[in-house]
Write a protein of this length. Structure first.
Length: 227
């Protein structure tokens, strides 16, 4: 199926915005944020200190009177320069999911009905940390949603194949000590073909691989419909 056709299918699955964090937070308390290399204000932050990033984001939340900052799909980011994990054969700095920045321990919800495909604690510096992948099947089409940067206890009591309902609590946001050394946030990614990955999938790509990953990982906001 062509990417444009799948994107249309994904958009049509939900008519209203879909909560993927604490359902008690109204969508009016969400605001977009740009953390790309073009954001000169963010460029002044010491990326090696997650507390500095968290302070910057908290200031934005206070200024905008919101509780959740979100965005990042296909953003080119400088933050990945700090880790050799993203700078091996090629520089990987293009973000493939959507990030939702909120305080540690914020509840994470399943975006759709599905089942647990896999889970893992990805411990490279700058990686996801605790990660859960759900498998979805709608209208005979199978695809996946990945939830990265969770707390360690989020992965307890899970098993492959466990059924999950839309809106069900599937974990909480972890802190920098477990989530890859980031300010607390959820990385949500939609994936068409998992390519045999288990509990993991590239969330950042190089410029040369962008065409492939853009087709395989559509914008999650087609489904979420955040304002």
């Amino acid at each position: 199926m062509r990417a444009t056709v799948f994107n249309t299918f994904l958009y049509a699955l939900q008519q209203e915005p879909v909560p993927v964090l604490d359902a008690a937070i109204p969508f009016s308390d969400y605001a977009p944020v740009n953390l790309s290399s073009a954001n000169k204000a963010f460029a002044t932050i010491d990326y090696n200190k997650p507390e500095s990033v968290e302070k910057f984001l908290e200031s934005l939340r206070n200024t905008q009177a919101c509780k959740v900052l979100y965005g990042g799909y296909l953003e080119k980011r400088n933050i990945y320069k700090r880790s050799t994990y993203f700078n091996e054969a090629e520089i990987r700095n293009i973000h493939l999911g959507i990030d939702l920045w909120a305080p540690e321990n914020t509840e994470v919800l399943a975006v759709l009905d599905g089942e647990i495909h896999s889970f893992n604690n990805n411990t490279h510096f700058g990686d996801y940390g605790p990660t859960l992948v759900l498998k979805h099947n709608f209208q005979k089409l199978t695809f996946y949603s990945l939830y990265g940067h969770l707390s360690l206890d989020s992965l307890q009591n899970y098993y492959i194949g466990k059924k999950i309902k839309q809106g069900e609590s599937i974990g909480r946001l972890g802190n920098a000590s477990v989530n890859g050394n980031y300010a607390p946030h959820l990385h949500l990614q939609i994936i068409r073909n998992m390519q045999n990955y288990l509990g993991d999938y590239p969330g950042v790509c190089s410029k040369t691989m962008l065409s492939f990953f853009k087709a395989n990982c559509p914008n999650p906001n087609l489904l979420l419909k955040l304002p």
